[in-house]
Structure formats: structure tokens, C-alpha cells
Design a binder for this molecule. Sequence first.
Ligand SMILES: Cc1ncc(COP(=O)(O)O)c(C=O)c1O
Length: 329
Amino acid sequence: MIRYPERIRRARLPTPVEPARRLSQKLGVELIIKRDDLTGAALSGNKIRKLEFLFAEAAAQGADTVITCGGEQSNHCRATAVAAAELGLRSYLLLRTDNPKEPPASEANILLDRLVGAEVRWVSRDEYKRRATLFVEIQGQLLAQRRKAYVIPEGGSNALGAWGYIGCVQELKEELGDGPLTIVYAAGSGGTGAGIILGIKLLNLPWRAVGVNVCDDKEYFVSAIGEIIEQAIQRWLLPIEFDREEIEILDGYVGLGYAKSRPEELATLRDVARAEGLILDPVYTGKAFHAMTQELTKNRGAFGERICFIHTGGIYGLFPKAKELEPLL
Ligand SMILES: Cc1ncc(COP(=O)(O)O)c(C=O)c1O
């Protein structure tokens, strides 16, 4: 039995698994969707699974504020801000934008951040690179106001957050049994992938995990995911063997860059919506799904007979793309 660290339960779990019948027929494989977009309306997506553990540690340390960071439309920041409000804590977000003097409008995730009362600090791409130092500075400023802040890393991706996806793999085993399966997921900061790989190993499952990077490259993610896994093994003395070479990253689908969409990616997103009534997001799941279907078109057997695509959420990222989607509708 797996012994989990302390957690504060906020996600609606277990999330359902659903067959994608029409797409399965078209692609010639059995395709199942793990609906982690349904972890909660405003909390939706993969982040709350990690935050359950991170908020428990924040509470244990007596924090009254959580600080975190991300891109301007960060799903992680939105989930953190909403969860903080649910738990009666304050949230402080460092949001990266091109020109902090002219921040983007309060739409989609930003609107939700502000609605639940997050303190938002806009930072440039260069400042964002120094986020570790900024975190320490902000913690100090808050301490001067007698506030105790707990820092959550980008994407909630560290060894503690990874437990969220160990839990997801355990759910999948209960939902799908332990026959051969390939899990396909979008990789943004690495915590989801690290948790999935740890879960597969801890439960001794004959499963593959394939991450599609939506930014950076394979080398970056092998290192980011590898580091989280190694830290988790060390911190909780997990009884598993691990080699970074085991991390499978499907590179080559970043396209125009992080949060930038090519028409063909948006066309895949539209086609999935029309075939299954399943709404993907353009930044993560749409890109990963596009990559998966492209690979399957080249080679039907690329991921074996049975695939589980993790829908990690992100629906609010769709709304800022309305203009780009319009010509495809
Ligand atoms: C909707 C969505 N899917 C996938 C990811 C990627 O997860 P991770 O950051 O754990 O790699 C993120 C966040 O980065 C996300 O917001």
C-alpha cells in the first residue's frame, strides 16, 4: 500500500475515465480520456491534485499566504488562487508578461485570479528568470507585515506536488485494471509527468508514459522530471529503481512556442470537440492531443493498442484564442 503525505482534499476525485469511441474508430486504437479537467469548476485541471499536498504543508508551517508564479494566463496560478480562497488563505501571484507596465486585460484566468482576491505582481520575462530571488524578497516583505508566506514553485512541480499524480495513477489502476496501457500527457513544468512515472513504478504497472512537451525541449524535460523523481525517491525512501533514460518525451510539437497556436493545432482541437464533445485547451492538452494524433497517423501502433490521454484541464486558456479560432469554425 502506498503511504501518501498529508493532504487537504479539495479536488473532486476520482475523476471519470471515458472512452472516446468515434476517435478510437478513426485512429484505430482504443482511446480513453482521463477527465482531470473535471477536478472542480474553478479549480479545474491537474494543478489541484498537486496543490492538495502543497497546501497541507503550507498549513503545517502556519502560512497565511501562498506565493506562486506562472505565465499571464497560468492555470496553476488560477487554481492556487481559488484553492487559497477556499481555504481562507491569501494568494500572491508573480505573473509573467511581455510588458509589465501594460499588463493584459482581466480576462479568463486573470479574471478569476482577481475575482478571488489574488495580489498580482506583473513581471517581465527577464525578472521571471530571477523568480527564486523575488520569492525570497516578497516573503521578507510579507513577514514585515506579520504575514507568513509559503512558496509554491512554478506549476506546483516539485517532489511533494508529484504525489498528486501518483494518486491519479492509482485511480487509473482502479478504473482500468492493470493490463497494458500507454498514458499520454502534456508536459509544462514536469510535475505531472514525474508523478505519473513514480505512480507506475510504485504500483508495478506494465504501463508506458509519454509526455508531449509544450515548451522547451526533450533535454529540458528529462532533466526537470528526472530531478523531481530523484528528489521524491530520496525524500520518502521510495522502494523503486529509476533511470532518467526511462523518461519518454515526444518532442517536435512545440510549434510556434509556448501558448502560441498553429492553425492545425486549433483544427485538431475543433475536430475533437465536434467528434466527442470534448473541449481541449490550446496551450497544453490541444497541443499534446495534436501530437498524439499526428504520430498515430504516421504509425497506428506508436503507443500500443490502448491509450489513456490525460485531460489536464486548461479550458480558460481557450477564451483568449477566440479570434484565432473564429476562421476555423
Ligand atoms: C492544463 C494543463 N495541462 C498540463 C500542464 C502541464 O503540467 P505540468 O506543469 O505538471 O507539466 C499544465 C501546467 O503546466 C496545465 O495547466
